[in-house]
Design a protein around this ligand. Structure first.
Ligand code: GLU
Length: 295
């Protein structure tokens, strides 16, 4: 049944052209939106200007269009929305605090390693900037280990129930970086809410970020969308496929092999297609079936 309230999105960081890994994330979010009869939005996450590659966003959009993935509405660019992030940051009030610690100091503190491999912040500046330090970044104070809301739990539509203990598994995390850019965690929460996103479908490399995002949604009194994290495509060395790990750019003029490979990766047994439109008909039906989404 068409769910007109469904709003999904694909939110690529424009660090390079679309490749087999990012196509899987794009495809999964597109299929979920189409299977629900909902909208599919595109947001270019160019907030990290140091990593943004000129022309990459346009090349991603061109490839999506050539592969038959039509988005709804105007493309949204994070680099043009900084005032919204500033406003949300101000609403966080005392939950945010300035931090003067360097990466090395945090790594040397050896409080623990977060599930994403980063060092857990030891809390040095939690109760005021430590002597002799100047503010470099701003962090969000996560609940104390003994607080009632210390654990964040959610149901992932792909992998099932997930629980994360923010204090021990993540620590106080960055909202505004030492280089002055807004952190992904804040920008994504503000934008998902501002765009009315009801369903987030993305790669499992972001599963670990979800509890942080839910905690921020609670503090900012924003709704929590449904989440579905698809497995990430890895290369022969077991690394997530990305431009840095040698992913090949997809050719807009050759959609067939790339679309079939991405669908098969997602567990949709599509072997042949008459046309790009025929591919999407099969893939949407297969996805709806797999996630029991009524037609
Ligand atoms: N911009 C992120 C990426 O390209 C995705 C963020 C998200 O889907 O929440 O990996």
């Amino acid at each position: 049944m068409a769910d007109t309230s469904y709003i999904g999105r694909f939110a690529p960081s424009p660090t390079g052209p679309l490749h087999a890994g990012s196509l899987v994330a794009a495809m999964a979010s597109y299929l979920d939106a189409k299977a629900h009869g909902g909208q599919w939005l595109i947001r270019i996450e160019d907030i990290d200007e140091a990593r943004t590659v000129s022309g990459a966003a346009e090349s991603i959009l061109q490839c999506l269009a050539a592969f038959g993935m039509r988005w709804d509405g105007e493309v949204v660019w994070q680099s043009r929305r900084k005032a919204l992030y500033q406003a949300a940051f101000e609403r966080l009030g005392k939950h945010a605090y300035p931090c003067g610690c360097s990466r090395r100091e945090i790594a040397d503190s050896r409080v623990g390693v977060a599930s994403d491999g980063a060092a857990v912040y030891p809390g040095t500046c939690r109760n005021g900037l430590a002597a002799g330090k100047t503010a470099r970044a701003f962090r969000l104070r996560v609940p104390d280990a003994s607080a009632p809301d210390e654990c964040i739990a959610f149901d992932d539509r792909w992998g099932g129930s997930v629980t994360q203990h923010l204090a021990s598994e993540v620590g106080d995390f960055v909202l505004k970086r030492a280089d002055g850019f807004w952190a992904y965690q804040l920008a994504v929460v503000v934008d998902d809410a501002a765009q009315g996103v009801t369903h987030v479908v993305r790669g499992a490399d972001l599963l670990d970020s979800t509890a942080r995002q839910i905690y921020l949604q609670r503090l900012l009194k924003l709704p929590t969308p449904h989440y579905l994290h698809v497995p990430v495509v890895i290369n022969a060395n077991g690394e997530k496929l990305s431009k840095q790990t040698g992913a090949q750019a997809l050719a807009p003029a050759q959609p067939h092999t790339a679309l079939i490979a991405a669908a098969q990766f997602l567990g949709l047994p599509i072997r042949r297609m008459e046309s790009v439109d025929d591919f999407w008909r099969q893939a949407i039906a297969g996805w709806a079936d797999r996630f029991s989404i009524p037609a």
